[in-house]
Design a binder for this molecule. Structure first.
Ligand code: ADP
Length: 251
């Protein structure tokens, strides 16, 4: 088995005239926690979306848990299957939670296991209840999203991602839609996953959290990776001026 869950090689992506990713190389090691930082518009969200092919790069190579994608080539049926495989292996937690409003917390968590993993209702329910308990929401399994706080919704979204038993979980600014007092409950869950050895890529502006949780900080600007370092080095003595001026702004 490869030591890497995701390997991106020379990834390029444009939206119309705008070049958003300009040749990105990044390999995510098994068990590693990468925090992706950088100014707004630098391409962080686009990059994590490329990691499970929610966004298809225009060019480059993506390898996800043993599946290879040569980007920019013709779509065909086999390719669709590979994309589905990629989404299953690389779970995603979105800024805006993206829960199904007409399903309870438990319903949201077990939908994927039932539909995609083909678990029986009983097995899916048992898994869902265990995962809701793991994110501290054992007592909310019957609630609909409209009756949950933002922090609770995001924890349901994390449980939902875990229910697919992904090899890596991608987080796109998981706390940015939440009131500040709700950040900690979500960050604590992510931190506990890190302690358990879950491979994760997290886009966040939370510097304190990044310092605690990351094995590696990847700093992007202008669609390229400008600096990669341990949190200690990145936050105390970054080598690039662009990283230094970013840190002066966020600190
Ligand atoms: P970041 O996460 O670092 O803020 P993004 O990846 O969200 O950066 O966006 C990078 C740039 O790409 C921004 O200028 C954004 O407006 C643009 N962009 C992102 N997604 C789309 C899209 N689907 N269509 C057009 N432009 C987009």
């Amino acid at each position: 088995m490869s030591d890497f869950t995701i390997e991106l090689t020379e990834i390029r992506k444009s939206f119309g005239e705008l070049d958003v990713l300009c040749g990105v190389n990044l390999a995510v090691e098994r068990g590693e926690v990468i925090v992706l930082m950088g100014p707004s518009g630098s391409g962080k969200t686009t990059l994590v979306r490329c990691m499970n092919l929610l966004e298809e790069p225009d060019a480059g190579h993506v390898r996800i848990c043993g599946c290879d994608f040569e980007c920019g080539t013709r779509r065909d049926r086999g390719r669709k299957r590979l994309e589905q495989r990629a989404r299953r292996h690389a779970g995603m937690v979105f800024q805006q939670f993206n829960l199904f409003p007409h399903m309870t917390a438990l319903g949201n968590v077990i939908e994927g296991p039932r539909q995609v993993r083909k678990l029986s209702d009983a097995a899916a329910k048992e898994l869902g209840e265990r995962l809701l308990d793991r994110v501290g929401l054992a007592d909310k399994s019957g609630e609909y999203p409209s009756r949950l706080s933002g922090g609770q919704k995001q924890r349901v979204a994390i449980a939902r991602a875990l229910a697919m038993e992904p090899e890596v979980v991608l987080f796109d600014e998981p706390t940015s839609a939440l009131d500040p007092e709700l950040h900690a409950e979500v960050l604590d869950v992510i931190q506990s996953l890190a302690r358990e050895g879950m491979t994760m890529v997290i886009v966040t502006h939370e510097t304190h959290f990044a310092r605690e949780v990351a094995d590696r900080i990847v700093f992007m600007d202008g669609g390229v990776i400008v600096e990669e370092a341990t949190p200690d080095v990145f936050f105390t003595r970054p080598s690039q001026e662009r990283a230094r001026s970013f840190l002066r702004l966020v600190d």
